[in-house]
Ligand binder design. Structure first.
Ligand code: AMP
Ligand code: MG
Length: 405
C-alpha cells in the first residue's frame, strides 16, 4: 500500500469528480437556514421600496431656517394623505414614506413646535433649521436595485442570507436537499455507550462522531449501525446503507487484517474503488468508491483518523451533493507554536487550538497527536496541514489551516 498512496489534494479531486449536486427542492424560508441555495436570486423590487425617512422628525423642502405649517403625518406603514407644498412640513417617523414634494427630513430634536389657536381650528407650526436636498432620506433602491442579482446558487444560507431573502419577499427558495448519510462502524470490540464494558471492549465513538460531523455539514442521518467483524454481516449492512443513502461512511475494518471485511464486502457489492490509501497522518487507510450515485467512504477505525478523514473528504462530498459551488475551504494561515517533526512521506493534520494575536493567528497543537487520542480533538479549532518533508517544522513557521466547525 505504501507505494501508491495518493496525496490529499488528489484524493479530494477524486471525491469532487464523483459528487454531483442532487436535484433541488423548494424549501420554506423558515426552514432554509444552513441549506445551499440552488437558484440565483434577482430582486423584483427596489430596497428600500420607496424613499424613506431615516429619522423621526419633519419632512420638508430643502431651504434656509424657517417656520412651516404642519399639515399632516407620515407614519411607518401609513403614508401621508397628501403631498407637501412650499411652507409646509409633514410629521414623519423613521421608515415612513417621504411624501411627494418633500426633499429632506429634519430630526425632531432640531425643531421647535408651537400650537396656534385652539379646538377644531388649532394649527401647529414648526421652526426648522437649514436642510439640504436628501438630508436623512433613505433613497429607494439604495440597498438593492430592482433586477439586481443579490445571491448566486451555491451559497450556504446563513442568517444574513435568510434575512435578505425575507426582505425580497421570498417565502420559499430552491435549495439543494440535505444529502442522506448512513454511518456504519465495524468492530467486535465495540459496545454502545450505556452498556457496561466486558473484557477487551471499548465504547463506539465513531457513530457519534461521524453522525455529528455529517449533521454539521448539512447531511441528514438515515441510518446508523454497529456491525460485527464478519463478512456476511458487513455485506448485508453495507448493502442496506447503499440503498438508503447518498453517502455511506463505514469506519474500521478497512485494512487488510484477517478480521477486516470492509473491502471484500464493498467488492462483493460492486462498489467501484476510486482511491485507497492517502499520504496523510492520521488517515492513511482511507478508501473511497462509488456505487451508482452513492458515494462510499471507508474510513480508518481510530476515532481521530475517522474524524480527520471525514472532515477532509466526506464533508467535501456532502457539501457538493448539497450544491455548494466552490466550497469555502475555510483556509487560513497561522504561526505554529512549538516545533513539529515532519513525516517524510505523509502530510500531517495536526489538531490545533487557535488564538488571535496582533500579528494574526497562532496555532497550538492540542497535546499528543496519536490517532487514538480522541481528546486531542477537544478544543481543536483547526487542522494544521503540515506538508511531508524532512526534519522539523520550526516554531514560528507558517502552517496552513483547515478550520473545524
Ligand atoms: P480497525 O481499523 O478496525 O483496525 O480499528 C483501528 C482502531 O480503532 C482499533 O483500536 C479499534 O478498536 C478502534 N476503533 C474502531 N472503530 C471504533 C469506533 N467505532 N469507536 C472507537 N474506536 C474504534
Ligand atoms: Mg476493527
Amino acid at each position: 500500500m505504501a507505494e501508491d498512496l495518493i496525496d490529499v489534494a488528489t484524493a479530494r479531486a477524486r471525491v469532487l469528480a464523483e459528487a454531483r449536486p442532487l436535484a433541488p427542492e423548494r424549501v420554506e424560508l423558515a426552514e432554509a437556514l444552513g441549506r445551499v441555495l440552488a437558484e440565483d436570486i434577482a430582486s423584483d423590487l427596489d430596497l428600500p421600496p420607496f424613499d424613506a425617512s431615516a429619522m423621526d422628525g419633519f419632512a420638508t423642502r430643502a431651504g434656509p431656517p424657517e417656520e412651516l405649517e404642519v399639515v399632516g403625518e407620515s407614519r411607518a406603514g401609513h403614508p401621508a394623505a397628501r403631498a407637501l407644498a412650499p411652507g409646509e412640513a409633514i410629521r414623519i417617523s423613521t421608515g415612513a414614506v417621504v411624501p411627494d414634494g418633500a426633499e429632506a427630513v429634519v430630526a425632531v430634536e432640531r425643531t421647535e413646535t408651537a400650537s396656534h389657536g385652539g379646538g377644531q381650528g388649532a394649527r401647529e407650526r414648526v421652526s426648522v433649521p437649514a436642510r439640504g436636498d436628501g438630508d436623512h432620506v433613505r433613497r429607494a433602491g439604495e440597498d438593492v436595485r430592482g433586477g439586481e442579482t443579490v445571491m448566486s446558487a451555491g451559497v450556504r444560507l446563513g442568517p444574513a442570507e435568510v434575512a435578505v431573502l425575507a426582505s425580497l419577499g421570498r417565502a420559499e427558495v430552491e435549495c439543494g436537499p440535505r444529502p442522506r448519510m448512513a454511518v456504519l462502524v465495524t468492530g467486535d470490540e465495540l459496545v454502545e455507550p450505556g452498556t457496561a464494558l466486558g473484557p477487551g471492549q471499548i465504547r463506539d465513538a465513531n457513530v457519534y462522531a461521524l453522525a455529528a460531523q455529517a449533521e454539521r455539514a448539512g447531511g441528514r442521518i438515515v441510518g446508523r449501525a454497529l456491525v460485527r467483524d464478519e463478512l456476511e454481516a458487513t455485506v448485508a449492512a453495507l448493502g442496506e446503507a447503499i440503498e438508503l443513502a447518498d453517502v455511506v461512511c463505514v469506519s474500521g475494518g478497512v485494512s487488510v487484517g484477517p478480521h477486516d471485511h470492509v473491502k471484500p464486502a464493498l467488492e462483493r457489492l460492486g462498489v467501484r474503488e476510486r482511491f485507497w490509501g492517502v499520504a496523510l497522518k492520521p488517515g492513511k487507510p482511507t478508501w473511497f468508491g462509488v456505487h451508482g450515485s452513492t458515494l462510499v467512504f471507508g474510513l480508518p477505525g481510530n476515532p481521530v483518523s475517522a474524524m480527520v478523514t471525514f472532515h477532509l473528504f466526506a464533508r467535501l462530498a456532502l457539501e457538493h451533493l448539497a450544491g455548494v459551488v466552490e466550497a469555502p475551504r475555510e483556509r487560513a494561515v497561522a504561526r505554529l507554536e512549538g516545533s513539529l517533526p515532519r513525516e517524510s512521506r505523509r502530510d500531517q493534520a495536526i489538531r490545533c487550538r487557535l488564538e488571535t494575536r496582533p500579528d494574526g493567528w497562532h496555532a497550538w497543537p492540542t497535546g499528543s497527536q496519536g490517532s487514538h487520542i480522541l481528546t486531542s480533538m477537544l478544543g481543536a479549532d483547526a487542522l494544521a496541514l503540515v506538508p511531508a518533508g524532512e526534519g522539523e517544522l520550526a516554531a514560528g513557521e507558517r502552517v496552513e489551516l483547515e478550520l473545524l466547525r
